[in-house]
Design a binder for this molecule. Structure first.
Ligand code: IVH
Length: 670
């Protein structure tokens, strides 16, 4: 290919990719299959590789690039990012309405928008190209996070008109991406994010843009800070938003012009009710005076404009009594205090336990047993104690102290290095062993059906299992004597244990519970070393050279395989016929070719009862289906569980086939 031709083709490809990307990420309605987008992208990558001089910074290939930064540089905002005054009830809003009307002294109208729960950012474009993106910071000085913002697919790298403009908006993580991210982190034994907002903030703070790129962030633009020239003058906020749409930005379409405060209330009640069905989190409604001349007239205080206000939804917090504190010893020996609460309803579910994390947390919040406490449910994860209502104390409350000895084995607890957590370091501690066994049989490890926490505890308490090898020693005669164990369940259990022997090595590696080795690392190790015998003799240097295996993990692995009892355990497992080799990726079974799912694009939505999302996805994919996140014209089938919301609605609107979970179960389980 000659250079002139390459240049022309690169331009064509970029125009197409900008257009298709815009349709997919901004309009959420793709017009070509993903495969076509991928094919064009590959072609462009190929050309740019051959002619690197042709690369432009706004090329769609340049979203994730460069080495990790060592720090973010500061950015001075030419026009400060103000915040909004808050309204918490009807009266606050009526007062605002009165102030505005008397301030302006003429007819007014408002625009109501959803208040997106994310992070404010400012984006600068020069002649239509994205040049800088910054956080809000303190409003006057933010941080330059351009590299991370470039990875947000709905932020255009090039606008549809060559304007020089600075725009403001909110970066957020959709609920679905947040759930997936936390599911993944749980598998890896990593700290969970409390809510999508924290997850989005954490992602934008990363110095390595590859991490931000993997987090599926999104954006809604809600305002223009400055713009050089305009062919058509913009006289109102709503026209400004329409102009942003024309430029190719993603704005939130759920906005409404309201002429009276009563109409504002209707908008608020509608969204208070519909909020759970949105695919992203909102924490209120923003009400803005529409005419720019009137906005100017009203002006701003140092902190916030007088022409806008944020109505905040009531927080999902409740008060209950903390009856006691239970201690749990985890698989790695960490002792965690858990609050036992009088049952209460929070955000639609009954809560009776909440994590207290560690002793520092209890001290910091000055929590006592018997206190009235405020409970908050953040996102989908474990509820948390926000604070104690010390003003409601009766004097009967008791101070809580962490024990000095392990509640399970009574050996002395220690604090390792600078950890806040207290740990039991007795390798023979019964609680740790029991937790280790539960982990070994769990879904992402050996996946032994019928062996949950209850049965493991029962077997453990009866002295039938002391380590994982004992699972393979279990006999029919001894199992049948246990309570709640019928003939059928014993047979099923023994069969499941037998089946687990055929698992590929990564499941065993993850199941062994080697510190820092999560499911993903286990897979990497299994793939690289192929057999446990090769892995157990691997040196530190050898381990570190493996992609994604860091020093800390490498040290933990060598320390683990250094132990005599581990060698004995491996030999025992080998004698029982447990597979100790990597079996490679699962091949598609032949029957998938004729299966209904084969080649279909399928969306799962709502809550499934019989499968986890991951399981359903895996099974559908084994049958040749492709599971995607959002409903569009190219979706073939939507599977809707309990409380399915906007995706189900969209599917119905588009006339796409919808199944309930029972129908899916029939298909998958036969
Ligand atoms: S307008 C000068 N509109 O809420 C007015 N803000 O303190 C600027 N937010 O930091 C804000 N959704 O990050 C506006 N539709 C929306 C919004 C929104 C979320 C955030 C924004 C700001 C905070 C209010």
């Amino acid at each position: 290919m000659d250079k002139a031709f390459a240049q022309k083709r690169a331009q064509e490809l970029r125009a197409l990719l900008h257009q298709y990307g815009y349709e997919y990420y901004v309009l959420d309605s793709p017009t070509v299959p993903d495969s076509e987008y991928d094919r064009l992208m590959q072609e462009l990558i190929h050309i740019e590789k051959e002619f690197p001089a042709l690369i432009t910074t706004d090329s769609p290939t340049q979203r994730v690039g460069g080495e990790p930064l060592s720090a973010f540089t500061k950015v001075q905002h030419d026009i400060p990012l103000l915040s909004l005054a808050n309204a918490f009830n009807e009266q606050d809003l009526r007062d605002f309405d009165r102030r505005v009307r008397s301030g302006v002294g003429e007819e007014i109208s408002y625009v109501c928008e959803l208040k997106i729960d994310g992070l404010a950012v400012s984006l600068k474009y020069e002649n239509g190209s994205f040049v800088q993106g910054a956080t809000r910071g303190d409003g006057t000085t933010g941080e330059d996070i351009t590299v991370n913002l470039r990875t947000v697919q709905s932020i255009p790298l090039r606008l549809k008109q060559p304007v020089t403009i600075e725009v403001r908006g909110e970066v957020f993580m959709p609920k679905r991406s947040f759930e997936r991210l936390n599911e993944e982190r749980e598998k890896q034994d990593e700290m969970l994010f409390a809510n999508p907002r924290n997850a989005a903030a954490g992602s934008l703070r990363q110095l390595d843009p590859k991490i931000a790129a993997s987090r599926h962030l999104d954006i809604f633009l809600y305002g223009i800070a400055s713009v050089d020239t305009l062919d058509v003058p913009v006289a109102s906020h709503s026209e400004g938003l329409d102009f942003l749409d024309e430029l190719g930005f993603k704005t939130n379409q759920e906005r409404k012009k309201c002429d009276t405060i009563e109409e504002v209330f209707t908008f608020i009640s509608h969204w208070t009710e519909q909020r759970p069905n949105l695919p992203y989190e909102i924490d209120g409604i923003v009400i803005k005076v529409n005419a720019l001349s009137q906005q100017e007239n009203l002006g701003a205080t140092v902190k916030s404009p007088r022409w806008a206000i944020a109505y905040k939804f009531p927080a999902e917090e409740v008060v209950t009594t903390l009856r006691g504190i239970e201690l749990n010893v985890g698989r790695t020996g960490v002792v965690t205090p858990t609050a036992m609460l009088d049952p209460v309803q929070v955000a639609g579910t009954t809560v009776q336990r909440a994590t207290l994390h560690n002793e520092d947390f209890i001290r910091e919040k000055e929590i006592k047993i018997g206190d009235r406490v405020v409970i908050k449910k953040a996102g989908d994860i474990i509820p948390e104690v926000v604070r104690a209502l010390s003003e409601q104390r009766t004097g009967e409350e008791e101070e809580f102290y962490m024990p000095t000895h392990c509640p399970a084995c009574e050996s002395e607890l220690v604090r390792l290095d600078d950890e806040v957590a207290l740990r039991c370091i007795n390798p023979k501690c019964s609680a740790q062993i029991r937790e280790g066994l539960i982990h070994f049989v769990s879904r992402n490890a050996m996946n032994i059906d019928g062996l949950g926490e209850k049965v493991i505890t029962q077997l453990f308490n009866h002295g039938l299992i002391k380590d994982v090898a004992d699972l393979y020693r279990l006999k029919r005669e001894e199992l049948i004597q246990l309570e709640r164990m019928g003939e059928k369940s014993v047979d099923n259990l023994l069969q499941a244990i037998e089946t687990s022997k055929k698992n590929s090595l990564e499941r065993l590696l993850f199941g062994l519970g080697i510190r820092y080795v999560g499911a993903k690392a286990a897979k990497t190790l299994a793939k690289h070393f192929m057999t446990i015998d090769r892995l157990k003799t691997a040196t530190l240097e050898e381990l570190i050279t493996v992609d994604e295996i860091g020093e800390k993990m490498a040290e933990s692995i060598t320390a683990y395989f250094h132990k005599e009892e581990v060698h004995e355990l491996i030999e025992e497992l080998r004698d029982f016929g447990v597979n100790l080799t990597y079996l490679g990726p699962v091949d598609l079974p032949k029957e998938s070719e004729n299966h209904y799912f084969n080649g279909k694009s399928i969306v799962l939505t709502g809550k499934l009862e019989q499968f986890t999302r991951e399981e359903a996805k895996e099974k559908i994919e084994l049958l040749g289906g492709k599971v995607t996140g959002s409903v569009s014209k190219s979706t073939d089938l939507v599977i809707a569980g309990e409380k399915a919301g906007s995706k189900l609605k969209k599917a119905e609107e588009l006339g796409i086939e919808v199944w309930d979970e029972a129908r899916l179960a029939e298909e998958l389980n036969g």
